[in-house]
Each structure stands twice: as structure tokens, then as C-alpha cells.
Design a protein around this ligand. Sequence first.
Ligand code: GDP
Ligand code: MN
Length: 379
Amino acid sequence: MDLLEYQGKQLFAKHGVSVPEGRPAASVQEAVEAADDLGYPVVIKAQVLIGGRGKAGGIKLANNRAEAEEHARAILGMDIRGFTVHELYVEKASEIEEEYYAAILLDRSTKKPLAMLSRMGGMDVEEIAERDPNAIIRIHIDPLIGFQAYHGRRLGYEAGIAGDVVRPVGALLAKLYETFVEEDAVLVEVNPLLVTKDRQVVALDSKFTVDGNALPRHPETAAFRDPSAEDPQERMARERGLTYVKLDGNIGILGNGAGLVMATLDVVAQQGGQPANFLDAGGGSKADAVVSAVEVILSDPKVTAVLFNIFGGITRCDEVARGLIEAFNQIDVKVPFVVRLDGTNDEEGRRLLAEANLPNVHVEKTMLGAAAKVVELAR
Ligand code: GDP
Ligand code: MN
């Protein structure tokens, strides 16, 4: 789960990572009150789960109340790369002398946290890497040893940051690492990591991703979840207990078991199709779960065809077939379905489907055949 900037900064502050003083605001009036409280100049910042707000006009400096009001009014409701701004963060303005980049993320390939530092902050990390791949210094941290002072010094010296801030930047990185571990994060990114005119080191921005599976351990973070900011299909699926991830394509996918669903996405892509979602109906899927899943898939208007890929183990194919028939009874289905049933009670399942004679449902025997068929139908 991704956090908004101010939420991430709250967690930073809790672990001693320095951040400017600020207040969230959900209306123009709240923003002006927050600005009056903090004292001018302030920065009014759009709170959306996407970067590049500065370039998009979602971050503005206000020197007085009139400017604060004007900027808050302009930014609230603004669209930033597909995200509507519902919340603002009002922050005491900082005087910038240097902008660095710092991040700690979980590197799954080495199974270790990876700490990164660059003296070229402020721009996208991809852009930094493109301009000068050596400008980003990376060190893997052994989780049993943790982040030590020498990690901070090495990152600081190799990144070529100003000599006088090597120690304070190292100290901030150590606290950032502590935040990463204690909050069960998979990514904490600070861009820019700021050195102010009076040589204070401050996190000016936060990008914070926590491991959703660890949320039960963090009620404070779980409370940050904002249903209105979520994708509507993903919310619908979560409320129904389905594992669903929305993707960019137009072929709806349902399978039972995460591995099978991922393999299905691969095969569909290999056949030249673009999956619209990942949906794992889970092992032992019963008919009502199937109905529920079909509703979620079809609620995405981009879906032009659906592939059901079921391998029956605990799941019984006849149950899935009943669910599909029930779904067609309840919902006015307008797109073609391709169904592949294999494993426990597959013959029974296919017989039920044949008897029901559902419009526009194509039964295929193999996964590859089913993928080829759905790609053809989706066009
Ligand atoms: P992003 O564009 O979404 O990454 O948002 P950031 O929070 O990183 O802000 C973008 C840029 O706005 C920063 O790199 C700064 O140059 C500028 N900015 C943000 N806050 C302040 C501030 O308090 N003072 C000044 N002078 N510039 C700021
Ligand atoms: Mn930033």
C-alpha cells in the first residue's frame, strides 16, 4: 500500500527522520488556517499517490494568506496524471541549498534491503540514472547487521555529497533504515533530501510503500487507507475477499491459485493479448465466489473478453461451472467468455456448461488453446 507524502512524513517523524513542520488540509479554509498557524512563507502541496507533482503545478509557494488561499483553491480538485487532488499538505517553506536523493527498498533478488544515495536529487531517479549511472551509490544492507555508521559514510563519500553533511546525512539514513524496518516498508524514498541554507538535513518529500500483508501489525498505518483514493474495482474485490490487481489491458482473467493466474497472464501475453487484471478466486472456489468474481471483472469497462482458467484440485470444476451459469443468470453479460476446466470433476463441469448452452461461452481444453481463443475474441 502506498502512502501519501504527509502520511509517510508522519512515520518519518515518529522515527526521528527530520521533516519540515506541516499540516494536512482537505479544504481551502483548512489550508489557510494551517498556513496562518505555521507562519509564512509556506508551500502548498497536492497529496496524490503519484510523483512529478512539482512539474504538474501541484506544489506552490505562498508568501501570505492571499497566496495561500489562491494556491489551495487552484490545487484542490486538480488532476495530476490521472489522480484528482482531494487533500493538501501545507508545509513551512524550506530554503534549499542542496538537493540529494535517498532511498531504501527491498531488493528481492538479493533478499536484502538496498540503500541508495545520490547527490543529484530533485529529478526522477530514472533521469539521474540516465544522465550518470555512477551518480547513484548502492549498498546492500545485511538485515542481521542492520544499517551501521560506516554504511552512511561510504554512501556519503562515494556519492560525493558536501563533506560537512556526510555525518548528518548518514545519521538520517540510519533513521530512514529504522523506519523502513519497523514500519514493514518495501520502499522509502526521499527526493529531494534537502540541505538547507543553515546546513540542516531534512526530508522534503516522501514516497512510502508498506507491505500490505503487514498491515495487521500497524493499525496506525492501516488507518491511512483512503477508500476514495483506491481503484474502484480493487476496492470492490477487496471487500469481497478476492485477490485482484488491475492491469492495463482488455482481457479479463480469472483463475484459482496465484501461480496459475500468473502463468495465465504470461500465456495470454505470449499470444499477443493484454490482460485487464489479475484475479485469484482462491482454492476451493464455490459458486457464489465465482459470481462475485465475474461481477468484479465485468465492472471494468475496458474488458472485451474474459478467460476462465481453472485447474481443479480442491476446487471442483462443476462448482465453478455452476457459479458461471449462476453469474450469467444474474448479470447481463455482453462479452465473450473462454473457459478452460481441467482437474477435479472437469467432465461434469463441461457437461453442465454444455447443457446450460450459455451465449458466447467457448470451452477450450488446453490453456494455450484458451489463451489463443480469448485473444482472438478480444480483438
Ligand atoms: P514531487 O514533484 O512530486 O516529487 O514533489 P516534491 O515534494 O519533491 O517537490 C518538488 C520540488 O518542489 C522540490 O524538488 C523542490 O525543488 C520544490 N519544493 C518543495 N518544497 C519546497 C520548499 O519548501 N521550498 C522550496 N524552495 N522549494 C520546494
Ligand atoms: Mn519529490
